[in-house]
Design a protein around this ligand. Structure first.
Ligand code: HDE
Length: 703
């Protein structure tokens, strides 16, 4: 036995230098396997020692113990044991992509920052989009805010614009953040719910924090159940400052607007996507990038002076307020294209460290108290996540411009600064880095006066006016979704006094909304509204706050599923496939089994997806092309029945031939303007570009 084992090991050494050449025989479970030939680098330890056997540990004999001497086993297992680092305390689940930013309009008048003045310059970026509440392994599609963090590797240092897909935040002061997040995340005694705000502690906190009601309106809207990360907006939330060559400063709010327009899912759809594909958004982004359909965003700014800010009916330093586009228009000044998937998820997406304090000369912070707290928090959290103040040396975090200072040593130090001088000023080194007063970072010259204290400005007291503005700006469909989301979330809250308190707040926003939600929760008598710190101001509706108004009439970036079975008509399938592909959609053929489907007239077609694993929630519109034989086979398949029922229930266009129509009847699916003859491809493509909103009242009871 012993001899046999030794022989296997001996046969593994086919080395030429450090490269194994030709076919390799590997001993697995005592048997030899051939592995395809090629130029393989030698498998080595971390110390560069080539391994002769990566399948078997060093044992005293074939039935004896493993030897402690086996440094190869020890190194491998030890490294594996330490593979994980702490996940982000919020925004743990994320998807990162490389790309570039290109400036199209110079802001030279307002800032010295080269990233905002050099038109046509392409600056590399790394963008990470995330959910907030769930852990790193949670699903992509819960109702949640999406993070939208961009690291610009500018010539003047890294600039991190760490944004969300919602322009306001829950709280006005950073000191409340740990409480908010503790209330929002899974409850500490039971460890659930994962990535959902539909539980007591979240709504309890909200009910006692009226400043969060504006953000609550946003998170109850379909903005928090996006169709794709390629179809979300991004908002810097806080006001920042731009500083020009004269030292004058102008306030600025930053915006990202997706070229594909906004699109969201419907709640029931999002719930089902979570089951069908946990990685729905990550996969969608991966597929888009790897197929060359690079998503793009416009970069826009709102610029305003202190004098203009003084005329706003709110305080722009309050992060629970937005500046309506109607008040300060957006100016598009650039674009961002994401075009390269990272080589390695951990090295890049997991280790990327965004900090709002990473800023470049010509841009500065405002006094927003939430932003002020963030300036400290992010750097601090990277120390615990990445374990060292040298995290800026990790390639994904390192500036792409030269950087040098006298900071030294620390864990995982990779740099080897030469020379005896590690301080400044010094007279010993002509090469050591020095201050650059002419172009280095200068803070805005702002005069601060007043009395120190733990203060909330009186100008922050209006908690309901913009919440109302948001609600009345929505279409009737969107208002209904907000009401239904509130009913759903609050129905999961066990404490009745918490439900009542939220309905009380809603009365300040819109009495009719409070009544709808109360009805949905079985509350007979409307609870009293709490005393508002300030009377609600009537503000003009802002249509820019809708999703429906910003959805684009296109199939670009969207997906069409065609359900077929044996005997389906190949010509009709091809007609729909071509029309959808020409319109920019990705098309998938779905059949009871993957592999070849035997079509009519002896044709064959390869299916991309198996029916049970490819429900219609994964598509924006569907076609069902079936022969009599196909309908017969599918009429007993609940996955086929669900396919058409869900497509109808999720307000999608459905194209059918005679067999498809029969399946609709069997599934008890109705007829309307969104159910179309598969031969009328133009009508189907037009309908597929939008949702059949009018259908909604016939498929679900909205609050
Ligand atoms: Fe964050 N936030 N945050 N946040 N945030 C983090 O930093 C924090 C806030 C946002 O893809 C953490 O690296 C405080 C607003 C994004 O890596 C942490 C406050 C906005 C990401 C942190 C806020 C954001 C984070 C956790 C209130 C929108 C993910 C891990 C004072 C403008 C970045 C990390 C990524 C991540 C703290 C509020 C966006 C703990 C204290 C407002 C997109 O530092």
């Amino acid at each position: 036995m012993n001899n046999e084992t030794t022989n296997h090991s001996a046969r593994l050494t086919k080395e030429k230098g450090s490269t194994l050449n030709g076919d390799l025989q590997v001993a697995v479970g005592g048997e030899l396997h051939q592995i395809a030939g090629g130029q393989h680098p030698a498998l080595t330890t971390n110390q560069g020692v080539a391994l002769s056997d990566n399948q078997n540990s060093l044992r005293a004999n074939p039935s004896g113990p493993t030897l402690g001497e086996d440094f190869i086993l020890r190194e491998k297992i030890t490294h594996f044991d330490h593979e994980r680092i702490p996940e982000r305390v919020v925004h743990a689940r994320g998807t990162g992509v490389h790309g570039f930013f290109e400036l199209t309009t110079s802001l030279k008048q307002y800032t010295t920052a080269k990233i905002l003045t050099e038109v046509g310059e392409k600056t590399p970026v790394f963008t990470r989009m995330s959910t907030v509440a769930g852990g790193a392994g949670s699903v992509d599609t819960p109702r949640d805010v999406r993070g939208f963090a961009v690291k610009f590797y500018t010539k003047e240092g890294n600039w991190d614009l760490v944004s969300n897909n919602i322009p306001v935040f829950f709280i006005q002061d950073a000191i409340k953040f740990p409480d908010l997040i503790h209330a929002l995340k899974m409850e500490p005694d039971r460890g659930f719910p994962q990535s959902s705000t539909a539980h007591d502690t979240f709504w309890d906190f909200i009910s006692l924090t009226p400043e969060s009601m504006h953000m609550v309106m946003w998170i109850m809207s379909d903005r928090t159940i996006p169709r794709s990360l390629r179809m979300i907006e991004g908002f810097g939330v806080h006001s920042f400052r731009l500083i020009n060559h004269l030292g004058e400063s102008t306030f600025v709010k930053f915006h990202w607007r997706p070229k594909l327009g906004l699109q969201s899912t419907i709640w029931d759809e999002a719930v089902k996507i979570s089951g069908a594909d946990q990685d729905f958004h990550r996969r969608d982004m991966f597929d888009a990038i790897t197929s060359g359909n690079f998503p793009e965003w416009e970069f826009a700014v709102q610029l305003f002076t202190q004098e203009e800010a003084d005329t706003f009916p709110f305080d722009h330093l309050d992060p629970t307020k937005l500046i309506p586009e109607e008040l300060v228009p957006l100016q598009v000044i650039g674009r961002m294209v994401l075009d390269r998937w990272p080589n390695n998820f951990f090295a890049e997406t997991e280790q990327v460290a965004y900090c709002p304090s990473h800023i470049v000369p010509g841009i500065d912070f405002s006094n927003d108290p939430l932003l002020q707290g963030r300036l400290f928090s992010y750097h601090d959290t990277q120390l615990s996540r990445l374990g060292t103040p040298n995290f800026h040396q990790i390639p994904i975090n390192a500036p792409k411009c030269p950087f040098a200072n006298h900071q030294r040593d620390g864990q995982m130090q990779m740099a080897q600064p030469a020379g005896r001088v590690a301080y400044e000023p010094n007279s010993l080194s002509a090469e050591s880095p020095r201050e650059a007063p002419a172009y280095g970072f200068h803070s805005a010259a702002v005069t601060e006066t007043g009395v120190k204290g733990r203060i909330r400005a009186a100008s922050f007291a209006d908690h309901y006016s913009q919440a109302r503005m948001f609600y009345i700006s929505q279409t009737a469909y969107e208002q209904a979704h907000i009401a239904s989301a509130l009913v759903f979330e609050l129905s999961k809250v066990e404490h009745v006094h918490v439900r009542d308190a939220i309905v009380g707040h809603l009365r300040h926003i819109e009495e009719a909304l409070a009544k709808r939600v109360a009805l949905g929760l079985g509350i007979d008598e409307l609870p009293d509204a709490p005393v508002a710190a300030m009377p609600v101001q009537e503000m003009k509706p802002s249509p820019a706050l809708q999703i429906i108004g910003k959805m684009q009439d296109t199939l670009k970036g969207r997906a069409i599923g065609i359900l077929i079975a044996n005997g389906s008509d190949g010509a009709v399938i091809e007609q729909i496939r071509k029309a959808a592909t020409d319109a920019g959609a990705a098309v998938k053929i779905i059949a009871p089994n993957v592999g070849d489907v035997k079509l009519a007239a002896g044709l064959k077609l390869n299916a991309d997806g198996q029916l049970a694993g490819s429900p219609s929630v994964l598509f924006d519109a569907v076609a069902v092309i079936l022969s009599d034989e196909g309908v017969k086979a599918l009429s007993m398949e609940s996955a086929a029945i669900d396919f058409v029922r869900d497509a109808f229930g999720h307000l999608k266009a459905i194209a059918v031939d005679k067999g498809g129509q029969t399946l609709l009847k069997i599934a008890n699916v109705g007829q309307d303007a969104g159910v179309l003859d598969a031969n009328d491809k133009e009508a189907f493509i037009a309908a597929a570009k939008t949702r059949q909103w009018d259908r909604e009242k016939s498929v679900r009871t909205l609050a």
